[in-house]
Design a protein around this ligand. Sequence first.
Ligand code: ING
Length: 302
Amino acid sequence: ARFVTVAAGQLGPIARTETRTAVVARLMALMRQAHANGCDLIVYPELALTTFFPRWYFEAQAEIDHFFEREMPGAETQALFDLAREIGIGFCLGYAELTAEAGVAHRYNTSILVDKSGAIVAKYRKVHLPGHAEHEPWRKFQHLEKRYFEPGSGFGVADAFGGVMGMAICNDRRWSETYRVMGLQGVEMVMIGYNTPVHNPPAPEHDDLSLFHNHLVMQSGAYQNGTFVVGVAKAGVEEGVDHIGGSCIIAPSGEIIARCTTKGDELALVRCDLDLCNSYKRTTFNFDVHRQPRAYGMIVER
Ligand code: ING
């Protein structure tokens, strides 16, 4: 057995005016509770330090950049890293990353994995940016991720917590390729934060199915790749927009083995035996024995 006791650290709404310091205090409270319950690792939502700002159209880049982190850890987030190291727990954190590459500014919807020593052992930048790039006033609220972020380059895995760990962010979880690319790298636990409005303006007829679709895609991703999946919501009515909860921990069987039932700050936790992945990776989803890549070419054509 290779046990990793993991917590889904679900967050309720973050107000636009809420300071990073106040949010970090909420994250630290969940981290302490997770540690008190024997957790090795806590997974936080996507963009966990601020309100989900892509719901608004901003003209001024300076106003947009208020929501971004220029360094990680920074002044307000250092306390979270210090607590993690002090009590010996790792974490996965989503945030808006502003970085300079060869003197050019780049902005990503980012997630990092931090180990029990407080070291960043993996960084992932969201590949599937949903929504739209221009202001669309017909919508009750905007979804301007295509405007505010650049897409990341791909899905990697990291050796940490005694297993093979992977990350994805929100809309990524709806695309089967997300899990398969990590599955081909032997992933045993995929950590996915999300901010998902109940209402999807382009397809309101899907609204009643938003929780079902949330679980459907993560359960299938888990089963089809023999991996645990941890899905963690920023939930509740945030600046007037209702977001689903449904944070959960899913076994390689595809079964939901723990879930949150509120739409506030809440923990769900499971002692996961990563060896259970082999029951699927060595049989039904033994890729080397059963996959037929020569038949799949269309998937990677432009
Ligand atoms: N949010 C939503 C998500 O993929 C969405 C956007 C909702 C797309 C419903 C399609 C349908 O969960 C983010 N942040 O990706």
